[in-house]
Structure formats: structure tokens, C-alpha cells
Design a protein. Structure first.
Length: 141
């Protein structure tokens, strides 16, 4: 079952001896529902990855960095999650990915991607948008 857009999953593992771009690794791209589930079923969940690491899911061709042309004028919504419940983290991340790849909201074209950050104090999930000044789209998202 084809998706409207092709998506790329990235993994960032913190290593202070490397530049940010050197730490960012493209895991895989997919453009079907079946390939999405195949990927998700063969990688670690966010609660299982190394502290300081990130997963990033972005439309193919958009790199998960503010300097990317698609993100320069964008914004992001950030959800901070309590570290006590790992299931919440994994479920919220899965729900976020499904919303992105399903592109079923009115402003799906505004969505660039999402990031889950695994940190010592709190984990975060952020949704990145293409236009931070589009108030109507921001409220819908």
C-alpha cells in the first residue's frame, strides 16, 4: 500500500569527538505501509536506544536539521515526557510516526518530520513544521 510521500528514518548517536552531521545516520527510506512496518519491527524502540540518541523521521529529501531548506522557516511542537513510563514514550512515538506517514490532517503538507530525543532528565518528541508563521496550520497540528 503506497504512502503519499516517501519517508526516511535517521538515527543520531551522540559522540563528542564527531560533528553533528557525522553523528547523523540514515537508517532507511520507505514509501509503502508494508516497508514502514518491516522497518519498525526490526529496530529498537526509543526506550531501548542509547541515552543521548535520537530517532528522526522526515520526508525523503529533508534532513533533520534547521539548516535544511525545508526547515529554515519552520517551527516545532515539543512534548516532554516523564521518564517513568517507557511504554508511553514508545507509544507516543509510534502514534507520531503514524500521523506523519498517514498524512491525514488538513495541513499534512506543512509537516516535515518528527524527532524523539532520549535524554537523562526527560525524553522529548517534537513535530517539525515547514512554516512557523502559519498560525492556522500550527493550531490544527
Amino acid at each position: 500500500h503506497p504512502l503519499h510521500s516517501e519517508w526516511t528514518l535517521w538515527y543520531l548517536e551522540t559522540d563528542r569527538s564527531k560533528s553533528w552531521e557525522e553523528m547523523l545516520h540514515e537508517v532507511a527510506s520507505f514509501k509503502t505501509v508494508e516497508n514502514f512496518w518491516s522497518l519498525i519491527n526490526h529496530i529498537k524502540t526509543p526506550s531501548e536506544i542509547k541515552m543521548g540518541s535520537d530517532y528522526c523521521l522526515f520526508k525523503k529529501g529533508i534532513r533533520p536539521m534547521w539548516e535544511d531548506e525545508a526547515n529554515v522557516k519552520g517551527g516545532r511542537w515539543v512534548i516532554t515526557l516523564n521518564k517513568s513510563n517507557k511504554n508511553d514514550l514508545d507509544n507516543f512515538w509510534l502514534d507520531t510516526m503514524l500521523v506523519l506517514i498517514g498524512e491525514s490532517c488538513d495541513y499534512s503538507d506543512e509537516l516535515c518530520g518528527a524527532v524523539v530525543n532520549i535524554r537523562v532528565k526527560n525524553n522529548k518528541i517534537s513535530i517539525w513544521t515547514a512554516n512557523g508563521n502559519n498560525e492556522e496550520a500550527a493550531l490544527e497540528i
